[in-house]
Design a protein around this ligand. Structure first.
Ligand code: ADP
Ligand code: SF4
Length: 677
């Protein structure tokens, strides 16, 4: 199909210093949990984005020196020529598809604990390291600063020689050059501290050093956290952030505008931000510099993207998450297939992967992180070897994804869903405050299923075991989901607890089914992800009094992984949530809960009107043993987990169905010969 002419501006080439991007789609640097630790995966990931049409494809953060070591997190490095070989392979892979390759040179300052390298931690001023660690960070003296500039120069030369087109100076996300810039972290009294020019001195020098190092074949980009959302005490878009651009505007070839004050600000989830939410900070930068500007904002709508360009907010469409959810987003828009874009839902499961030091994964894109390991391509799937009919039971994330991937392979697919609408848990969970974008997981798949001629969908079809056999499919895929437990077993409570007969226990399933709640609500959270907090938010907004009880020390503690915990705590606090933290359930009676208080070990009793347990879940797999047709279970009905895992499970089944199982490839460390370096 032809491209919509309204979107033509997105496909204009843009000059960045000495190099030219073929279009305005700019895959910004983002952590992938791969780096030097998983080099083959890293190459394949960036290559896929280039194939998908991103005019610029950047690497993740690339450490310039062993004093920038974030073990156990995975990062790239350019410490020596050996590292440069991997980086060159990434650049080559990006170039195979004629995209520009960008590399983000990085030093973490007090973010770098150097647990792997055991180098001294460095920062503009003495402090404690970012990640809790019983050590201190040394204030850099002038010799350290000279050495640091030398490391940066050497890494820039290696990056150029490795074939990169754009070399970054990274003054974002509270890393070292930004630590010098921000008065919150820089308490120096020498020429690198105090007034604005002094605090910006290192950044200016780094830009100049990098330019000198890479010569006139590479562009120099600066990633700047223009606002750290700390008010007057920090860098702000209408204060020192703006002054940086006024002062250094013409020095680099490109400005990549980001936010500081923690990654949660810069990759804010959809629960706490809308598409294009960073415009308020990036707007105005272009009026201060003649150089191209790029910024992110979870852009998935081509109309919004064109709006950014036409209104002069930025020259590129910066994207990390949208390029993870759909590496082929630019190509699809180019080919008039924007309705096929797998839109990011802003759930931040990708951020969780990084925060867990695990390889990247994505709710919408089950192939993410599997490009090399399993050889999965997001747009290509092996055709079926034989004509087989498959009955998929359940139209939640797992059943939808399995149906779509199987149908794309050419199988004859029938999808039976008990309810009147496709979506499974998405139907319920996307009604929670802020989670409306999550329904895109259903919408993308339902839309594409509707275009395929080899799929039949039956709604309002709760199948019984006998009906499954009667249907006569060659293969059944059971995707019937899960239900919340009522016995209190969860992450912290693993042994059965005493529950009096007659004790009235509710679960999220009851709340979603619209049960009548009279009085206050006590939510006991031993799952620690979004569910308990989001339910609490809904109930508080309905005007109810909510007491949140958990064995953990914080509300929705696991959401620290999705960079949301602080936002959740703040929002629930504003809404008047009452909390009882550090309390583990020991027993439930009619109208009261017995809790063990952590630390003191005391027993406590809490009365409740309504008790909602948000603990573990169990498979809704009653059908499993009841029919004869060959079958497999996928998603929550195999093992309850995240939506991302359900989609992955469905996709994996479809990929492996009728194929000889091939174990995933593994990244392996090299064994050196004795004496070799
Ligand atoms: P998952 O995340 O694994 O996809 P969900 O709970 O989101 O699981 O979805 C499961 C879906 O399966 C729900 O939409 C539910 O209505 C449907 N389902 C469960 N049992 C049956 C059945 N016997 N026949 C048809 N659909 C079913
Ligand atoms: Fe978007 Fe969620 Fe995928 Fe991250 S994991 S790219 S937020 S859909």
């Amino acid at each position: 199909m032809a491209r919509n002419p309204n979107y033509d501006p997105l496909f204009e080439p843009v000059q960045i210093g000495p190099v030219t991007a073929p279009n305005r789609f700019y895959a910004t640097p983002h952590a992938s949990g791969m780096g030097t630790m998983r080099p083959n995966s890293s190459i394949a990931l960036r290559k896929m984005k280039a194939e998908g049409g991103w005019g610029v494809v950047c690497t993740e953060y690339c450490s310039i020196h062993p004093s920038a070591d974030e073990t156990p997190y995975a990062f790239l490095s350019l410490w020596d020529d050996g590292d440069a070989e991997l980086c060159a392979a990434i650049a080559d892979a990006i170039h195979e598809h004629d995209s520009l390759a960008g590399i983000e040179l990085w030093h973490g300052g007090f973010h770098s604990n150097n647990r792997g390298t055991r180098e001294v931690c460095l920062a503009p001023s003495a402090c404690s390291p970012e990640y809790a660690y019983p050590a201190q960070v040394r204030e850099m003296d002038l010799t350290d600063i000279e050495a640091f500039r030398g490391w940066h120069r050497a890494a820039a030369i290696r990056a150029r020689d490795a074939g990169f087109d754009i070399v970054y100076v990274y003054a974002g996300h509270e890393y070292l050059p930004f630590q010098f810039l921000s008065p919150r972290f820089n308490r120096r009294c020498d020429r690198y501290g105090g007034n604005f020019e002094n605090r910006a001195r290192l950044l200016r020098e780094l830009i100049e050093d990098t330019r000198e190092a890479v010569g006139d074949t590479c562009a120099v980009a600066v990633r700047l956290a223009i606002d750290e959302l700390q008010g007057a005490s920090g860098i702000s878009a209408d204060g020192d952030g703006r002054r940086v651009i006024e002062y250094l505007g013409e020095l680099p070839d490109l400005w990549d505008i980001a936010l500081g004050g923690g990654l949660g600000n810069d990759s804010c989830s959809s629960r706490f931000s809308a598409e294009g939410y960073q415009e308020q900070f990036a707007r105005g930068v272009k009026s201060l510099t003649s150089k191209p500007v790029v910024s992110v904002g979870r852009f998935t709508s081509p109309d919004t993207m064109v709006g950014q360009i036409r209104r002069g907010v930025q020259d590129f469409i910066g994207a990390a998450r949208p390029s993870i959810a759909d590496p082929f987003l630019p190509r699809k828009i180019d080919e008039g297939r924007e309705d096929e874009v797998r839109e990011c839902i802003g759930c931040n499961i990708c951020r969780a992967a990084n925060n867990e030091a695990a390889p990247l994964r994505c709710t919408q894109n089950p192939t993410m992180g599997e490009e090399w390991r399993r050889g999965w391509h997001p747009e290509v799937i092996a055709p079926a070897k034989r004509s087989t009919s498959v009955l998929v039971v359940g139209g939640g994330p797992a059943g939808l994804e399995a149906s779509l991937a199987l149908a794309r392979r050419g199988y004859r697919v029938t999808l039976a869903e008990a309810g009147g609408e496709l979506g499974g848990r998405l139907l319920r969970e996307s009604t929670l405050p802020g989670l409306q974008n999550w329904i895109r997981v259903r919408d993308y798949r339902a839309h594409l299923l509707g275009q395929l001629g080899n799929v039949d969908i039956y709604l309002d079809s709760p199948l019984q075991a006998a009906e499954i056999d009667e249907f006569g499919a060659d293969q059944v895929v059971l995707a019937s989901g899960s239900r919340w437990r009522r016995d209190g077993l969860g992450v912290c409570v693993r042994e059965p607890i005493e529950i009096d007969t007659g004790a009235k226990i509710l679960t999220p399933d009851d709340i979603f089914s619209g049960i009548d709640l009279a009085g206050d609500v006590l939510i006991y959270d031993d799952e620690h992800f979004y569910m308990a907090g989001a339910l609490a938010e809904r109930l508080l907004r309905e005007g109810r009094r909510v007491l949140y009880v958990t064995p953990e020390a914080r509300v929705s503690s696991w959401t620290a992984m999705t960079d949301e915990q602080g936002f959740i705590e703040a929002r629930l606090g504003e809404l008047g949530l009452e909390t009882a933290l550090g309390r583990r359930i020991e027993g439930i009676a009619d109208g009261s809960l017995r809790l063990r208080v952590s630390g003191t070990g005391n027993l406590e009793s809490l009365a409740f009107d309504n008790l909602v347990l948000v603990t573990g879940r169990e498979p809704a797999d009653e059908l499993w043993a009841g029919f004869e047709t060959p079958a497999a279970r996928i998603g929550d009905c195999l093992v309850p987990s995240s939506i991302a895992d359900a989609v992955y499970s469905g996709h994996r089944f479809a990929r492996e169905f009728d194929e000889n199982p091939v174990p995933p490839r593994r990244e392996r460390a090299v064994i050196f010969a004795a004496g070799a370096r």
